[in-house]
Design a binder for this molecule. Structure first.
Ligand code: SAM
Length: 217
């Protein structure tokens, strides 16, 4: 086992001990995906710090504990169709691909340089995940409807297109808040009649979701 693998295993057990990683599915995905493959060269040694890290253009790869919390509340299973908003480094998309299957994951990114970075990381790490370039505040109609829409950038409110592109029984998992640098993690579940039930999972801080139905630049 390399030092990199060893540090990854230590991080996963730490996340488990603190209660962020709860299920075998999420644990297996974290043990499998090498975070060091999704961060810039100069930060490789920080790969397994439980902290967000810069990926350029003012954007970040989220902290592993935050990602674990979101994946756990998403209740992911093999075969579910997932749209991730905010591809960033591609790390979260790789974790989701490990659980749901790579053909079932679409991730969208608005900044061309970050899109390129995420796409290349995923390709190099061996994941055939679809990466789209565009404004995720409009969702991604081409592959809709989805079982889950997981946003990794903070929305001032949940865009209507995400609600429309969700299957019955599907869930939106997103940091939402009217303050630009403080949000609450929301989980919305689509009912039979098209209305939504919602649950809150505490405070969080994400980079803003910028776009037509999000924050303005
Ligand atoms: N999931 C990412 C990962 O695993 O590295 C972390 C994403 S980072 C916290 C949030 C990303 O959302 C940034 O790369 C940002 O450019 C992107 N973003 C912000 N607004 C967006 C939008 N309207 N559509 C798509 N991506 C957006």
């Amino acid at each position: 086992m390399s030092i990199n693998d060893e540090t990854r295993y230590k991080m996963v057990f730490y996340l488990e001990k603190l209660g962020y990683v709860k299920s075998e599915t999420v644990k297996k995905a974290f043990l499998k995906v090498d975070r060091s493959k999704f961060i810039p060269e100069n930060l490789k040694e920080e790969a397994y710090r439980d902290s967000p890290l810069s990926i350029g253009c003012g954007q970040t790869i989220s902290a592993p504990s935050m990602i674990a919390l979101m994946l756990e509340v998403s209740d992911l299973k093999l075969g579910l169709k997932i749209l991730e908003i905010g591809a960033g480094s591609g790390y979260n998309a790789a974790l989701i691909a490990e659980i749901c299957g790579e053909k079932n994951v679409v991730t969208i990114e608005r900044i061309p340089e970050v899109y390129q970075f995420g796409m290349e990381n995923l390709k190099r790490a061996g994941y055939k995940v679809k990466v789209a370039l565009g404004d995720g505040t409009k969702g991604y109609q081409e592959d809709a409807p989805y079982d889950r829409i997981i946003a990794t950038a903070a929305a001032p409110q949940v865009p209507q297109s995400w609600k429309d592109q969700l299957k019955e029984g599907g869930m939106i998992i997103a940091p939402v808040g009217r303050e630009r640098y403080y949000q609450e993690l929301l989980v919305l579940k689509k009912k039979k009649d098209g209305t939504f039930g919602s649950n809150k999972y505490g405070g969080c801080v994400f980079v803003p979701l910028v776009g037509e139905d999000g924050w303005k630049e």
